[in-house]
Design a protein around this ligand. Structure first.
Ligand code: PMV
Length: 322
């Protein structure tokens, strides 16, 4: 075992296809420049996980912990230890997570948590895992948080860049294709706390879909078609078209019932301040919104960040690359 082993993983934004991806349609996601890091080191009183930036004054997590607001994190830690072949009862390891990603707003914090954690634990054991092995291990952690995740979040957190993703089916594994990005895309992310967690938002849409599949299936088809058009706009670097597609994607997400008042206000803020397009990103019901500034100049992006903050939201500017 190595004395100190590290793992890192970026957050992500979903540009197109969240929710529809659960129903087999394609989605596009891109890694963010911010993420989480994990450092594993020997500790006689392990296993223990420290997350100084989360909760009130930081979290100290053991495999059976259930801290307020983070009830499933102990089980997630347990799943990561098991996936890495370490004992959740007495593995002599302490892991510290650091990083800037806000938790639970649709920016991939749980997937970054899963990927950084399993990478550090596998390295602690002396393994040099392939991306596929990391994806498989992280999936076991994501299942604790999300039930039946499509796999999009932990795949992008593992392989980074910008990807086209279709979930695995009984007949074939997941389709994961790196996307060409004609010109780096400067975006602004605004966010606010969520009402509930991904698992609940996905379950509510599942109930609506199962009651009226004839209503929702055509919507999901249309969302898949927008993702396909989005891949072309990204490849050709056509910002105006990308913005128009983001607006349409947001409309479909609203039609699916996953947008809330905060999401609508953030989208409105972005559009009133000149964004070429804006949409919620991730599961919705609050959380994050992705906005495309008029041009790629840092000052233009900063104006959008200021506009979000003036309306009471948090925001940052970042860049999507291939
Ligand atoms: O957890 P979030 O907010 O990144 O949402 C995940 C994306 C969904 O499509 C809503 C769910 C999934 O499993 O893909």
């Amino acid at each position: 075992m190595s004395p100190v082993s590290t793992g890192a993983a970026p957050g992500k934004v979903i540009l197109f296809g969240e929710h529809a991806v659960v129903y087999g349609r394609p989605a596009i996601a891109a890694a963010l420049g911010v993420g989480l890091g994990a450092t594993a080191e020997p500790a006689e009183d392990g296993p223990v996980l420290h997350i100084p930036a989360w909760g009130q004054g930081g979290l100290v997590v053991r495999p059976r912990s259930r801290p307020d607001g983070f009830e499933s994190i102990g089980r997630g830690f347990r799943a990561a230890l098991e996936a890495a072949g370490l004992s959740p009862d007495d593995a002599p390891v302490s892991v510290t997570m650091d990083g800037e990603l806000p938790p639970g707003v649709g920016l991939g914090s749980s997937a970054a948590f899963a990927v950084a954690l399993v990478r550090s634990l596998l390295a602690f054991r002396g393994d040099h895992p392939t991306d596929d092995a990391v994806i498989a291990a992280a999936e076991r952690v994501e299942q604790v948080f999300h039930g039946t995740p499509s796999g999009l979040d932990h795949t992008i957190a593992t392989i980074r860049g910008c990807v086209w993703f279709e979930r695995a089916t009984a007949e074939r594994p997941a389709v994961v294709r790196r996307l060409e990005v004609g010109a780096p895309v400067d975006v602004v992310v605004g966010w606010t706390p969520r009402e509930g967690v991904t698992r609940e938002v996905v379950a509510r849409l599942r109930a609506r879909h199962d009651a009226h599949p004839d209503v929702y299936e055509p919507l999901f088809d249309a969302m898949g078609a927008v993702a396909a058009a989005g891949a072309e706009a990204l490849a050709s670097g056509d910002r105006a078209r990308l913005g128009a597609l983001m607006d349409v994607a947001h409309g479909y997400l609203n039609a699916c019932g996953v947008s809330n008042v905060a999401n609508e206000r953030m989208v409105d803020t972005a559009r009133r301040h000149g964004a070429l397009g804006a949409k919620l990103t991730g599961a919705g019901s609050g959380g994050a919104v992705l906005a495309l500034p008029e041009d790629g100049r840092p000052r233009t992006a900063q104006r959008l960040v200021d506009a979000f903050e003036a309306d009471g939201f948090q925001a940052f500017a970042t860049r999507i690359k291939g």
